[in-house]
Design a protein around this ligand. Structure first.
Ligand SMILES: [Zn+2]
Length: 274
């Protein structure tokens, strides 16, 4: 198993020119982020990866790369849609915010709860092998799908999912797109956390947020014996941040087989968790 590291380093950090020099020597691509920082990927089997990681000022995100066999050998996965083709035009319509706090950029909120459908400015242009997407804010676990995907999920008898419309400004549902919702929630006890983490308690409502010391995509496992029988899709009763998406979508092998093996979807990410 190989590890992939996602690194995002500000130009102003002490070693940035040293890092860029090595990336150029090794022909490792990096991408500019609005003139402030650069992003690049490293792999555990490259001989200079350790050296570069040692120069980083910012935390990096780790992701295990699983072989096809390792992917097939598990029964439960996290599921994300990686392309951002829904753009919310009014977050205050869609979400209810709670627990405000003062930050450098003004008042922010610790939690959000979706109370209305997405108001979207644009519609995904679905194609063959592209039937799932997420929102422009980068929350990969907010999943939307085409009518074809909805029909296939329903035809295969996949349980634990509801479909909610996406609407325009006049509150009219947009054609050929639905948001997936997961009414069944797995409790915090159903998860095992991998690696060190701290519990950040919200001072207003007492909700706990889990922050991993070393952020990664593989920080959680699920206790399969605590998953109720006969349900294929779940959300989770917990939120984590810094390297984990809030809160994850957990799906059974039936969903994995449909989306990956049958539909051969391109813009999705499944991670084995149990
Ligand atoms: Zn709170």
């Amino acid at each position: 198993m190989k590890t992939k590291y996602r690194c995002l380093e500000p130009y102003k950090s002490a070693n940035s020119s040293k890092i860029i020099k090595i990336l150029e020597e090794e022909k490792i691509k990096y991408t500019d982020i609005m003139g402030n920082a650069f992003v690049f990927y490293l792999y555990s089997d490259h001989e200079r990866t350790k050296e570069i990681l040692g120069y980083l000022q910012e935390k990096y995100y780790m992701e295990a790369l699983f072989s096809k066999e390792e992917m097939e050998a598990t029964n439960w996965y996290t599921f994300e849609a990686t392309r951002h083709d829904i753009e919310s035009s009014d977050d205050h319509f869609t979400y209810q915010y709670s627990c405000p706090y003062e930050s450098e950029i003004g008042i922010r909120y610790r939690h959000e709860k979706q109370v209305n459908p997405y108001l979207s400015k644009r519609t995904p242009k679905w194609k063959n092998n592209y039937n799932f997407c997420s929102v422009n804010t980068g929350d990969y676990n907010k999943i939307f799908c085409s009518d074809i995907a909805k029909m296939m999920i329903e035809n295969r008898g996949i349980t634990g999912v509801e479909f909610m419309p996406v609407v325009n400004r006049k509150n009219i549902p947009t054609e050929n797109v639905s948001q997936l919702r997961f009414p069944n929630i797995l409790p915090r006890e159903a998860f095992v956390f991998i690696g060190e983490y701290t519990e950040i308690v919200c001072p207003t409502c007492g909700k706990i947020n889990y922050e991993f010391v070393q952020p990664g995509y593989d920080n959680i496992r699920v206790k399969t014996e605590l998953i109720p029988n006969g349900i294929d899709m779940f959300s989770a009763e917990m939120s984590t941040s810094r390297g984990w998406i809030v809160p994850p979508v957990i799906v059974s092998k039936k969903v994995y087989n449909l989306v990956v093996n049958e539909m051969k979807e391109k813009h999705v990410r499944f991670r084995p968790i149990g």
